[in-house]
Design a protein around this ligand. Structure first.
Ligand SMILES: Nc1ncnc2c1ncn2[C@@H]1O[C@H](COP(=O)(O)OP(=O)(O)OP(=O)(O)O)[C@@H](O)[C@H]1O
Length: 453
């Protein structure tokens, strides 16, 4: 099966029209790059669902401070390479941004377009290698054992694992719902990896991220000359997914006319390329996902009812992270261990107060946000322990309010005490559950903040 390499997407965020054009002109010399320009931070942030591979970010945008834009990008897309471009050299800012995960820091001068070109080449090579790696692993059938990749022990997650296994036994369509970052794509991949289709490709399309006029040819492909710009024949995502799994993310955003075409394709089990006459057989499992209430969309007349029922298949609702109890700490610990190992960092645990801060936060961005918060926390931590100050949560969180900060010590002690009691005073077990070192527990005992009853 061929390795499928999607376009390499680059965002240029630059309020100086002329300079933005200059950078785009240089990068567009590589026909494999899809370059999009934005004049403001807000415009760029609103389009992150397109999942760019590289962002060239002007540090002095008029509508938002550079470090804030950087932080928001990294919360949503922790893996994207961000190259910060600044009008003047500021070593402190550069170091701080690089520590927080910026890919590079360039100062604006006449060589910048060439240096950006060079950096883009490096990033593209890394991204291509990573994608090929993932696809090869999947094709070898070694990919994603959901028990290893989909972490969580809460009853909600156990129920989810059961549904994934049921879905994998047949080729039933699956409709996933859940807030952003709850793991819908991960679940789709897990179903694929456990199913008979695992030797075929897993093809993911984010319907909301592709402009309407390009989506039809993205899904169904096109023949050479089908429209202006169709310089060669293109195989659509349906064809690529043949005998594998097609994952359509953000399905609620599908345009009405494309809804009819999708329905026809599913009923007939065949598709036509744009500008083509011959039917192409399509046999793949379909998984759709949305963070909207699709039934409500049907009631509003924005989504076809017949298509809704055809897509519904086995509905699986993913719970928000804040409803998964202790999974927050379990996931945080796993992400910390993983990030520290990959980056050779000594940091290995969270202080009790840091655990409490994580448990009290609502995580509107769910697991994706937790992962970004933990990784940044690992970078910011001074010693081997992540402290509350290292956890950069959004200000709306209750954890940030002064009322919760004041009795923090007492609350920590009460949580630790409850955990000690639940473990019949077993310090090792309690420390492991709380993700803290046993020395912290001994110190709290010594200070009479907690007791062994
Ligand atoms: N239970 C989990 N265990 C480990 N990692 C998880 C879990 N759930 C989600 N993740 C990680 O969180 C991130 C977001 O997950 P994913 O992209 O699957 O979410 P999503 O619901 O599809 O998001 P969106 O609606 O924004 O597309 C990914 O890095 C994923 O690997």
């Amino acid at each position: 099966m061929p390795i499928v390499t999607p376009a390499f997407r680059i965002f240029i965020v630059e309020d100086n029209e002329w300079y933005g054009q200059l950078l785009a002109y240089r990068l567009n010399q590589n026909p494999d790059y899809t370059v999009t320009r934005f004049a403001s931070a807000q415009e760029c942030l609103s389009q992150l669902a397109q999942k760019p591979d590289l962002i060239s970010l002007d540090y002095g945008l008029p509508d938002m401070a550079g470090d804030e834009v950087f932080r928001r990008i990294k919360v949503q897309l922790p893996d994207v390479a961000v190259v910060v471009i600044s009008a003047q050299e500021d070593v402190r800012t550069a170091i701080s941004l690089l520590r927080q995960g910026a890919y590079d820091y360039l100062v604006k001068d006449e060589d910048t377009p060439d240096r950006l070109w060079h950096v883009a080449g490096n990033v593209q090579r890394q991204v291509t290698l990573r994608r090929e790696n993932e696809q090869l692993r999947q094709q070898l059938g070694q990919a994603t054992d959901p028990r290893r990749t989909l972490l969580g022990c809460s009853p909600q997650m156990q129920q989810l694992q059961g549904l994934i296994e049921k879905a994998a036994r047949t080729n039933i369509s699956v409709s996933l719902t859940g807030e952003t970052g709850t793991g819908k794509e991960l679940v789709a991949k897990a179903i694929h990896a456990l199913s008979e289709q695992r030797t075929g490709a897993f093809v993911a399309v984010n319907v909301a991220a592709i402009p309407r006029e390009l989506l039809e040819s993205e899904l169904f492909g096109h023949e050479k000359g089908a429209f202006t710009g169709a310089v060669s024949r293109r195989v659509g995502r349906f064809e690529e997914a043949h005998q594998g799994t097609l994952f359509l993310d953000e399905i609620a955003d599908l345009d009405f006319s494309l809804q009819s075409k999708l329905l026809r394709a599913l009923q007939e089990r065949e598709v036509y390329r744009v500008g083509g006459n011959s039917a192409i057989r399509f046999d793949a499992r379909l998984i759709v996902a949305t963070h909207h209430d699709l039934a409500e969309r049907v009631r509003q007349g924005a989504f076809r009812e017949d298509l809704f029922y055809r897509l519904l298949g086995l509905p699986i609702a993913l719970p928000p992270l804040r409803e998964r109890g202790d999974d927050v700490l379990l996931l945080a610990k796993a992400f910390l261990r993983d990030f520290a190992t990959r980056n050779n960092l000594a940091v290995h645990s969270f202080s009790p107060a840091a655990c409490l801060k994580l448990q009290q936060y609502a995580f509107p961005g769910n697991v994706r946000e937790l992962k970004a918060v933990v990784e940044l926390g690992a970078v910011l931590a001074e010693g081997d322990t992540v402290e509350p100050v290292d956890l950069q949560l959004r200000p709306t969180s209750p954890a940030a309010s002064p009322e919760t900060a004041a009795p923090l010590r007492a609350q920590v002690a009460s949580i630790v005490q409850r955990c000690l009691d639940a473990n019949q005073g077993n310090i090792l077990q309690a420390a492991a559950q709380l993700c803290i070192g046993k020395s912290t527990l001994y110190r709290m005992l010594q200070n009479k903040e907690v007791y062994i009853k």
